[in-house]
Design a protein around this ligand. Sequence first.
Ligand code: IVH
Length: 619
Amino acid sequence: MEAEFPQFREKNSPTLKVGGASSKKFADYTHKTRLYSLDNTYSYEELEKWYEKIRAEFPNRKELEVVCELKIDGLAIALTYENSELTVGATRGDGVTGENITANLRTIKTIPKHLNSEGVSLEARGEIYMPKSAFEQLNRRQTESKLKPFANPRNAAAGSLRQQNPEITAQRELAMFTYAGILNNPSIKTHEQTLLYLKDMGFNLNPNFKKCKNIQEAIEYCKYWDKERYNLDYATDGVVIKINELAIQNELGFTSRAPRWATAFKFPPEEMSTTLLDIEINVGRTGAVTPVAVLEPVFISGSTVSRATLHNFDEIKRLDINIGDRVLIKKAAEIIPKVITVMKKGNRDCGAFEPPERCPFCGSRLVPAEGEVNLYCPNTLGCPAQLKGRIEYWASNDCMDIEGLGGSIVAQLVDKGMVKSPADLYTLGVADFLTLDLFAQKSAQNLFNSIQASKNPELSRFINALGIRHVGKEMSEILAKKFGSFEKLKNATEAEILDIEGAGEKIALSVLDFFKNSYNNEVLQKLEANSVVPKEMNREEEKDTFSGLTFVITGTLSKPRDSFEKVIKQHGGKTSSSVSKKTSYVLLGEAPGSKFDKAKELGVKIINEKEFNDLLGEQ
Ligand code: IVH
């Protein structure tokens, strides 16, 4: 998912440690002083509030100076110098422990190996980044050598830093902007002085930092760079605003994760225009059909975007979008890129875009979903686009509970064409499993055994495993209880399903549609032929334990109130929201309201949850 949507990737994502085993590639390094994170602000109002709150703590100061710096979108590192020599360079890691990557960092030209003054010990911190121009060149080389291109400059920088061979790091054009120092130098009183001292020592500063008298000046800085950021040769995703005076920084201190004396103003999401090359149809795990915009690749908010969501077919109509149009796309920090509007219509040679009638993956006629704008592919068990997700769901704990049949094995089985529906699982032998990657004789045998052992599941699990739309675990249990056998559920009428407490038209239609679909039926037959048969269960008799009784529920119980209401109704009782003389029982939970007093006043019987369950159990 990170590869497709790099904007979701956390700075500390384990995937940046390139492969599980490779996290052992570098020695751990425990930082002498923790590397904190930063709190974020997303609007100028928030930024002002942050500043005002600090200012209120220092009433004798009218204004507090701040230093504004660009927030560089790279990787944080810490460099230790002893007696003016670079001794250790380490990644941030989790802020407490990082990895010792000194040999690789030494290859970076903007990192001084010796300081400009003798006998100095300090720690410098900053961001390693890859210039956009270098990133583009590197990706060109990657593509030429048939290697996978990097998603964005940050990933490219991370990959380059984690090389076993420093010579490869040296070939990548990496650079460092230094933004902080731990100096132990009492003559330095401000952050600005720290930066200038670091510069004197030979560190590379980002030239765009600025000391501001107050927050208004800082806001002007943010506004300026929000527009100018596109003209820089490195990626920046905001501005870091730091209180300048170190004495005030010390007084403010840190929260558990970030300094109180600094905040990161995040730039609003970038928007870019590009050409809509095609509209592809995506069929999700649940059969939901969504249109996806295929775009001429554009670099936006730190990664190259070539696909964006169009949400649904109504959205295409609403925006009057068509292939060949120039469109505006937007990528917010946490949002999948989306098409916002048409900037310029194309020649429309291709005619109006029409939603597909059939599923592009299996050819089934698509159906509109009740009350939703989406179309669905009804071929639940047979559509290849839904297959991997379906099989994984089939094997999961609440369904057929097949131990050892996880995502990567399912992917192999589907990709190799060994499984085209859940029924195919039951036709595979140990020898088939041995053809899968990383499969030893023992695990092949185990997987075979657990598949065979799953052949007679409880009815409710089997119903759940089918993945009928709107029929989840709870509804599967209700259906199993109501019908008692799979055969009876298959032949259920709409009226019979509607009769069930909690099952509305949506569920009834979905169940009927499922059993109408010929491919689903083919799979069901194949399952039966392979002896996959759910257990029958005793149908729950319509009990009338509570017939003629009215309950009022008050206070907090162990389960949501409506689940008690359902039970009462299922047993022939009624519920009411107010206590009267006619109330048979008040079911009392914790912290009850005025209904409790009313019940006492009227002398209505008051029972707790245990007594309620006893009433049910007596029958
Ligand atoms: S100061 C205690 N200044 O942002 C304050 N951080 O979200 C620590 N970053 O891990 C950070 N540019 O990697 C600071 N000019 C800058 C920065 C900057 C980028 C990164 C840094 C940090 C992350 C926090």
